[in-house]
Design a protein around this ligand. Structure first.
Ligand code: CP3
Length: 351
């Protein structure tokens, strides 16, 4: 490595490096046998998130296996609703369940917000900061550790629906019809998320990513007000507390509104989803922001020539520009780990 800080942070500072840094969303997880072994020891998924030794171990597993340029903290975006006082569970094979689901119990929201205003976040979240310290201590200096949180809109969709929903349009209607309570919820999520990321930064993360996984299909005004503005407010607070800590925005599915995110001076990089044409992103986003992405995770299930061709097209599009190689969304559980190894070797050989 030419530079002690490593390829990932060098790229986030806006410099193009010869071989782009590589990390993958959901790089730790069920597709890895070593993850499943630790998970079996931990009990529930949330127990694993709050067990620093085990969470640090699974954070480091993909770095050991693939020598990636960055580790991402093992945790979940739904720790914030839990820290604010909502009941959060992961039922086996069913995904998250939160209660009360405020979209069907709107009368419960004001009382929840009164209590959430006083919630002591660190009571729930301090094990996460311990995980950060353990991982940072176990990671080479030229490898970065990425902290993260859900963006307020995405976290709000889970809090309102009580689960993941494919179509959040009923939640947008909730926001329109209950504007004051919704605004209060978004403000609380914004301040809690900023506090959470600042603590992750103090514990040792080198960059943070905001996952706005449900930013797709929104009207421009809604996107600007409830996706972009809260993420910018969070980034502003993070940077005021920890000058120089890079912030990556990932407004998945933002389409042409990606240009608004890329233009924001508060984001050091934007993560593009699978649906964004790499050449469009290189031309329209790269002049303003470092771009991260965006291989189709399903091509890594397929593996072989189709996967490598698509990776080449992405690398060609960003040639000479600062680019972080990643997926357009997370690995799926049926991903063969050997295909990931093949992909990483291919990118490094090209470099
Ligand atoms: O990327 C990583 O490797 C770091 C860890 C990480 C997890 N979740 C671990 C996890 C990160 C960054 C997340 C983010 C997250 N969590 C998002 C945003 C990114 C995205 O995928 O859009 C969202 C929406 C969540 C909420 C969440 N967590 C859901 C909907 C689920 C269930 C999905 C499923 O496949 O069952 C989770 C569980 C979860 N989070 C798992 C992991 C490894 C699987 C849990 C298990 O081991 O059973």
């Amino acid at each position: 490595m030419a530079d002690g800080q490593g390829r990932f942070l060098e790229t986030l500072s806006g410099r193009a490096v010869k071989t782009p840094p590589i990390w993958f969303m959901r790089q730790a997880g069920r597709y890895l046998p070593e993850y499943r072994a630790v998970r079996a020891k931990a009990g529930s998924f949330l127990d694993l998130c709050y067990a620093p030794e085990l969470a640090a171990e699974v954070t480091l597993q993909p770095i050991r296996r693939y020598d990636l340029d960055a580790a991402i903290l093992f945790a979940d975006i739904l720790l914030i609703p839990q820290a604010l006082g909502q009941d959060v569970r992961f039922e086996k094979g069913e995904g998250p369940r939160l209660s009360p689901a405020f979209a069907t119990a709107p009368e419960a929201l004001p009382r929840f917000l009164d209590a959430a205003a006083k919630a002591d976040l660190s009571r729930t979240l301090s094990p996460v900061y311990e995980t950060v310290r353990l991982v940072r201590a176990g990671l080479a200096r030229d490898k970065a550790l990425i902290g993260f949180a859900g963006a307020p809109w995405t976290v709000a969709t889970y809090m309102l629906a009580g689960r993941g929903v494919k179509d959040p349009s009923a939640l947008r209607l909730f926001a329109y019809e209950n504007e004051d309570d919704f605004a209060r919820l978004m403000e609380r999520l914004t301040s809690a998320t900023a506090d959470y990321l600042i603590e992750q930064g103090r514990a040792g993360v080198d960059a943070v990513q905001l996952f706005d996984s449900w930013a797709s299909g929104l009207p421009e005004d809604f996107f600007r007000r409830w996706c972009l503005a809260p993420c910018e407010a969070i980034a502003e607070r993070v940077k005021a507390a920890l000058p120089g800590l890079p912030v990556i925005a990932f407004p998945r599915g933002a389409g042409p509104l990606y240009e608004a995110a890329a233009r924001s001076p508060l984001f050091d990089a934007v993560g593009i989803d699978t649906g964004v044409p790499p050449l469009w992103a290189a031309e329209r986003l790269s002049p303003q922001a470092v771009v991260q992405g965006n291989l189709d995770p399903l091509l890594v299930v397929r593996g072989g020539a189709p996967m490598l061709r698509a990776a080449d097209a992405i690398l060609d599009a960003f040639e000479g520009k600062p680019h972080v190689f990643n997926l357009g969304h997370g690995f799926v559980p049926q991903t063969p780990p050997e295909h990931v190894a093949e992909l990483v070797a291919h990118i490094r050989e090209r470099g």
